[in-house]
Design a binder for this molecule. Structure first.
Ligand SMILES: [Zn+2]
Length: 123
């Protein structure tokens, strides 16, 4: 294996571990809550699990989008209005409301120098 391949592999293992840590945190939170609330009713327990699931969903979505953002297209996508190649302007923060919840995402931002418009290209 080349040095580069080893780096890629180590990075991948690191990302996987980071996501597993998020899952473990959510599981630990629910279990700690359960221990702290021995008299909790079914719907309260359900609510605690739903909240943990919500947090995990948001963080998983954010992590996956960030991974994808690192693999940005080179060259930039063509402008929808004039066809000029758009310039990469770096990551920008964007507030997203999805079926998994509301979250703040960093996404690659592109700008057309002709039309002076920017986009977050879909992937
Ligand atoms: Zn344009």
């Amino acid at each position: 294996m080349t040095e580069h391949e080893e780096l890629v592999k180590a990075r991948e293992a690191e990302r996987q571990a980071a996501l597993e840590d998020i899952a473990k945190e959510c599981i630990a939170e629910v279990r700690a809550w359960s221990v702290a609330h021995p008299q909790a009713k079914w719907d309260e327990l359900e609510e605690a699990v739903l909240q943990a699931r919500q947090r995990f969903g948001e963080r998983l979505l954010q992590a996956v989008v960030e991974e994808r953002a690192e693999v940005r297209p080179v060259p930039g996508p063509p402008c929808a209005q004039c066809g000029t190649e758009m310039h990469y302007k770096g990551p920008k923060s964007r507030y997203v409301v999805s079926s998994l919840g509301e979250t703040q995402l960093e996404r690659g931002y592109y700008y057309c120098p002709q039309c002076k418009v920017g986009v977050f290209p879909p992937r």
